[in-house]
Design a protein. Structure first.
Length: 369
């Protein structure tokens, strides 16, 4: 479930609860990062007696004293013998969703195809994702087999809600070489066409990298390049959704957690199209600012979401339901901007059991059940 502690603090109140990060070029988990600790529920909450579970799930404030008292009662009743000690020993996100602030009916779970580490055909992978609780899946484009993907959709009943541009880290819209930028544009256009062919509605794009020049230079190059794809996006009805990543662009990579989304707002607005917005990654920039406030700033520019966990206090990646992201404020902000849409898990993935666990974590932090 959710956090009993976060960062360096002790037990907190419950109410105010990259797949291979290549830090120079890819925004995913570091290759050498250790596997995060096994997830767990809040004192095995699902195993509590119904009366105590209802209290824990619906209490707006759950003080340290009340928590300890209720834990003692539960242990005495023999319902939380297993897992009680471990639940106090690991950091979990501090914003447990309760019914009244959940996003059920507003947010739908999807994931990246690369997360589905199950044997078999593409159809088998789609079926596994659906069985785990996901309602859509994101493919990589260009490069996916369109006919095979359409077959997998038909045989599994799982739609492709969007794609991720498959070349955007290596072939960049910010590259100083105009021939490379031309290839980046062609890749984006092809991704748009392929996404439409399989029934998706968005192409996720990393716009470039700060190492390609000064901010002024890379801003101008990327705007000019991406703008040429907008007519194609409009023709096929596909959104270009920009992801906020660790690419040294639109934020200060060496800065602290008091930054805002001003430059993302300006960049999207400069493209000036209803077909361009953000696939806002909640975990990526928690290190640099308040994700609730960034969502409020971006407002209607947020078309979709990505999610991963992060622990700002310890400066490391975490499971979705762990770390110290203020999910309570994220949920509040999403309601304030009247967000309805897809949220994609972007974590390491795994077998069928791990996929189910990830889907469950999304249910927990967003209040989807």
């Amino acid at each position: 479930m959710d956090s009993l502690r976060g960062g360096n603090s002790q037990i907190r109140t419950v109410s105010s609860l990259e797949i291979d990060v290549r830090f120079e070029r890819v925004n995913r988990f570091p290759r050498k990062h250790q596997e995060p600790p096994t997830n767990f529920s809040m004192i095995s909450l699902l195993n509590l007696p119904s009366s105590l579970k209802d209290f824990a799930m619906n209490a707006d404030l759950f003080s340290r004293r009340n928590f300890l008292q209720c834990s003692a009662v539960a242990v005495a009743a023999g319902s939380v013998v297993n897992g009680a000690a471990s639940a106090l020993a690991h950091p979990i996100s501090t914003s447990l969703a309760v019914a009244e602030d959940g996003l059920k009916g507003r947010l739908w779970k999807t994931l990246k195809i690369g997360m589905v580490n199950v044997p078999g055909s593409l159809t088998d992978k789609f079926k596994a994702a659906k069985a785990a609780g996901f309602e859509g899946i994101e493919m990589n484009a260009p490069g996916m087999d369109v006919e095979e993907t359409k077959k997998a959709i038909a045989e599994s009943g799982l739609p492709v809600d969007g794609t991720v541009n498959s070349t955007h880290w290596d072939v960049r819209h910010t590259d100083p070489n105009p021939e490379v930028r031309a290839k980046a544009l062609e890749s984006l256009k092809n991704a748009i066409v392929d996404t439409h062919a399989v029934g998706g509605h968005s192409v996720l794009l990393v716009v470039g990298h700060g190492k390609d020049g000064s901010e002024e230079e890379i801003w101008k190059r990327s705007i000019e390049s991406i703008a040429q794809a907008v007519p194609v996006a409009a023709q096929w009805g596909i959104q270009i959704v920009i992801e906020n990543v660790w690419n040294h662009f639109h934020y200060n990579h060496e800065g602290d957690h008091t930054q805002n989304a001003d430059k993302y707002v300006k960049f999207v607005d400069e493209l000036n199209s209803p077909w361009v917005g953000m696939q806002f990654d909640i975990g990526n920039h928690w290190k640099y600012g308040s994700m609730g406030d960034w969502i409020r700033q971006l407002g209607k520019r947020v078309f979709k979401l990505d999610i991963k966990g992060y622990n700002r206090a310890e400066d490391k990646w975490a499971r979705i339901s762990e770390g110290d992201i203020d999910y309570a404020d994220v949920r509040k902000a999403l309601k304030e901007i009247n967000f309805y849409g897809w949220c994609a898990a972007e974590v390491g993935g795994g077998d069928a059991a791990e996929l189910k666990r990830i889907a469950g974590e999304m249910d927990q932090v967003f209040g989807l059940v």
